[in-house]
Design a protein around this ligand. Structure first.
Ligand code: PLP
Length: 404
């Protein structure tokens, strides 16, 4: 055994969205091949830019952003976040807001702050895989509850209930959902809030796609968990404000805060240890939340997000052996593959074949902790003509590899 092996705590930590197929894509590109990346929701690489007012704010504050800020975030950003949730009817004040280097950092911090070895965290299947990875890294045990494809990918309440044990500490709710595009109804969110209340679970509400909605409305989980369930809400600038690379996100705590002072001390310790979040990007939070930064022209019919998802959804459903639920929010589709028809035992291998033969990089479904090798996630961000070409190549690959 070499002394340079990775630490054993990384065992069981997976993040396949940037996994071995991406490494293969990079190798192919280094050889001069052109690969279409449909594996990461990185808006900038598909021609989406942050609103100009945010860019100007970032630049204007660059010279006063040389130093560390308050570890919890600059005051204007925290105030803007608090005000935003107040206008949505939530009881949020500045002390309840923590700014981070994107939601990713805040997911890591909250799970490290609250998880003891063996604590169980309920996480959706499929999930955004950082939740599972960070739970494992924190010493916790991810327990996946099923989302039901035949019911618009809504979480299965009975499955959630059946998986609660005395070790269950928290439940993760991703709404709008990555990877399925589901948006949850009030009734369903209320049921989850009630389960959390009855079982004293912390609710971890990842709402980074809150504003990317194609139909219906989005309800903040914290509005339903109220004053007696501890709820952490996560969002940021990466998606609705098209600023993934700026690394700016926030966490908002609601519920019985006086009972959680010890946990908040832990969170503050972790915040202090990483000094602060990227300061110029923090300045842009007030501009993002304070002004008119509507993304209506992207999510309405005729807008890029909307139309690209619709086109991809239709074309995927036209492929024999593929069926796909429409996305009601977010930026992704999570189509079902007929595993028998394509003789798929390992969906990562299936995706590798697609990459090698057709130069398209997608993420395989088990990378999202889906239990079966019969799904993949497609990022619907390229221009329509590119998406048409990409789905056309997926159709060719399916035709060439089908066994029945
Ligand atoms: N949560 C979900 C559901 C996501 O899809 C992503 C990124 O794709 C993140 C969190 C991470 O966001 P950030 O860029 O703010 O770290």
């Amino acid at each position: 055994m070499s002394k340079y092996e990775q630490a054993s705590r990384l065992q069981g930590v997976h993040y396949d969205v940037r996994g071995k197929n991406m490494v293969e894509a990079q190798r192919m590109e280094a050889e001069g091949q052109r690969v279409l990346h449909l594996n990461i929701g990185n808006l900038a690489s598909f021609g989406f830019a942050p609103p100009e007012t945010m860019v100007r704010t970032f630049i204007t504050h660059l010279h006063e952003s040389d130093g560390y800020s308050d570890a919890r975030g600059i005051y204007s950003a925290r105030t803007a976040v608090a005000n935003y949730y107040q206008t949505r009817g939530l009881n949020v004040d500045v002390p309840q807001v923590l700014i981070g280097n994107g939601v990713s950092e805040l997911i890591s911090m909250i799970l490290q702050a609250m998880t003891n070895i063996g604590d169980e965290i309920l996480i959706p299947a499929p999930d955004y895989p950082l939740w599972t990875a960070q739970t494992v890294l924190s010493g916790g045990h991810p327990v996946h509850y099923l989302c039901d494809e035949s019911n618009g990918w809504q979480p299965d309440i009975e499955d959630i209930k059946s998986k609660i044990t005395r070790r269950t500490k928290a439940i993760v709710v991703i709404n709008p959902n990555n990877p399925t595009g589901a948006v949850y109804s009030r009734e369903l969110l209320q049921q989850i809030a009630d389960i959390a209340r009855e079982n004293e679970l912390v609710v971890l509400a990842d709402e980074i796609y809150e504003k990317i909605l194609y139909s219906g409305e989005h309800l903040n989980m914290a509005g339903l968990t109220g004053s007696d369930v501890l709820c952490f809400t996560f969002s940021g600038l990466s998606k609705a404000y098209r600023a993934c690379g700026w690394r700016a996100g926030w966490l908002v705590s609601t519920g019985p805060l006086d009972d959680a002072t010890d946990l908040f001390e832990g969170l503050q310790l972790l915040a202090n240890m990483r000094m602060c979040a990227n300061v110029p990007a923090q300045h842009a939070i007030q501009t993002a939340l304070g002004g008119y930064q509507s993304i209506d022209d992207m999510v309405k019919p005729g807008g890029r997000f909307h139309d690209q998802l619709q086109v991809a959804h239709k074309l995927l459903n036209d492929i024999p052996g593929i069926s796909c639920e429409p996305a009601r929010g977010a930026l992704y589709l999570f189509p079902h593959l007929n595993a028998e028809m394509f003789d798929i035992e390992d969906d990562e291998e299936w995706a590798l074949g697609l990459l090698r033969r057709k130069k398209i990089l997608i993420s395989h479904g088990r990378g999202f902790n889906w239990p079966h090798p019969d799904h993949f996630r497609l990022v619907a961000l390229p221009e329509e003509s590119v998406l048409r070409e990409a789905v056309g190549r997926i159709a060719e690959y399916c035709e060439e590899t089908r066994v029945i």
